[in-house]
Structure formats: C-alpha cells, structure tokens
Ligand binder design. Sequence first.
Ligand code: ZN
Ligand code: ZN
Length: 326
Amino acid sequence: METEKPVITSPDQVLVRVRAAGICGSDVHVVHGTNPYAVYPRVIGHEAGGLVEAVGDNVKDLSPGDGVVFEPITYCGKCYACRSGHHNVCRELKVLGCSVDGTFREYAAVSRSQVYKFDASRMSCIQAAVCEPYTIGAQANWRGNVQPGDLVLVHGAGPIGLIVADVAKSRGATVIVSEPNERRLAMAKDFGADYLVNPVKDDLDGFIAKLTGGEGVNVVFEAAGVPALLEHAVEILSPAGRLVAMTFGKEPIPVSFKALNAKELTILGTRHQYEKFPETVASLPDRLDRVDKIITHVFPADEFKKAFEVLADKNSGAAKVILTFD
Ligand SMILES: [Zn+2]
Ligand SMILES: [Zn+2]
C-alpha cells in the first residue's frame, strides 16, 4: 500500500531507506494471526539492511549512504529485566514488525540506537539482512554458554538451526545436527556441522551414546519446532548439560525433573537478543560463504505473495527468503 514517506521527528532519529528485508518465521505467524505478541494493523518485518537517507541533528556518527541494519527491539531500561541485563524481555518491550511497524517498507525512521552500521564495502544490504537472525543464534549460544570443546546437538536445520550451528562452531564446539529433510541436512555440513544425523533413518540416541561413551551431549538446541524433543533432551544431555528451548509447544510439555536434578541440568528460554549486534555486524563479512548459501531466494517486494508461498513450500528448498525494495 502507499503511505506517506516517514520523516525524522526527533533529533536522535535516523531515516533509513530499506533495501532488503528477510522473511522470518515470526513474520509468517503475524500474518496468520498466530503470533501472541502481534498488535494489528502492522507493517511486518524486522530483518533488514538499508542505507541511511538522513540523520537528525544529534546524530553525528552516521551519514547519508551508510549501510545499516536494524535492531528490532526497544526497552524501558528500568524494569527488573532491564536492570539485570535482560533488556530483551523488558516488560515494555517493543518489537519491530510485531508491536510497532517494521521493515517491509521503503523507508523507516527509527532512533539512532536502533541501527548498527555495517561495512558496505564488504557486504550488500541483502547479505546484511541476515545479520538479525545471526544475533538470534548468538543469543541462543550465549544462553547455552557454549564453550570450546563442548558437544552440541542442534535439532533442525532450518535457517535458525543452521545459524546456531555456525555460531556454536565459531565458539569452538563440536556440533551434531539432526534433521529429517536430507536437503537441509546437506546444508548443515556447509554450516560447520561435524556430524549429520537423519533421525528418521538413523538412531540418534544410539549415535550419541556411542559417540560420548554414554555420557550424552553437553548442550541441546531445539530449533526444529518439535515439542517432544524438549522432553527428550533431558535424557540425552550429559550431567551439567544445558537445554536451550528455541521453540515452544501450544500445550505444556512434561519434563522429567528426576533427570533434571540427577544431572543438575539447566533449561533455558531464549528470546530476541541483547547486545549481540556489534559482534554480529563485525563477524558477518567473514561468514559470507554461509550467508550466501542461506539466502536461497530473493524477490522484489511487489512479489511478496510468491515469496511467502516459496517460504511455506516444504519442497522449495527455501531457507532465508529476502524481499528487496528498490
Ligand atoms: Zn526474525
Ligand atoms: Zn525494561
């Protein structure tokens, strides 16, 4: 739809010309009315790269033409979550494309603190759009406290599972990816997975038992969207292991607290990210071989219907689908 071009309304704001924005699973949920946090009507989208068009009077460190990515969240800075370094679960959290208008539009005016400059000589706006999902992978790895030498199991090789695996590898972990879709499983190899398991064909538990001499894996990331795998994780985790729940079922999921206590396990939620943009913006240009593989489709924004169809089609081979705004 046509709207007025946004303008800078405060001296701390930046007007960004959005050039590329990725479609996230959460965007699809907002479209379908199944995102519990969404407020309508809403411009969706939050994974975007663009160019600075204009800056407010107080913004001295950005100039028109600079490449920037968007930080999707804002927070109050005062509540318990904010005071304890968990701004991403602030009680007054606002999220681009969910509770406030997002990035599926040609221009957006946001606070300076909500954009991060990237090196436009090293990556395009399309590549930079993958920065935000990488911050999610960085947050999940931070939550799971992945350490050098840890054995990590990632359930699911969708875009988030692949990114989680890639970040875990850069933290020095050994990574197993479990994924029933062979095409996706093959991609996991490019993202650094040391072991690939198809849990439909292969015995995942047996594989882990053999690999670890019965000890179990140290960290499990559930990025497949299968609630039963959360329940299952406490069985295959080693003592002192961590489960990072990246998906959640509609219904409560039974977990054995006997196993939890016996092995002193930790179960962690993870939501959005906090302070993960600087490191991600800096490291993304070194990951472009993987970034280019994860971007399987690029459509002009006019073809958004086709883009959402491709993303929904299990046989399309789609990982990250990007819309461009020229
Ligand atoms: Zn996202
Ligand atoms: Zn807060």
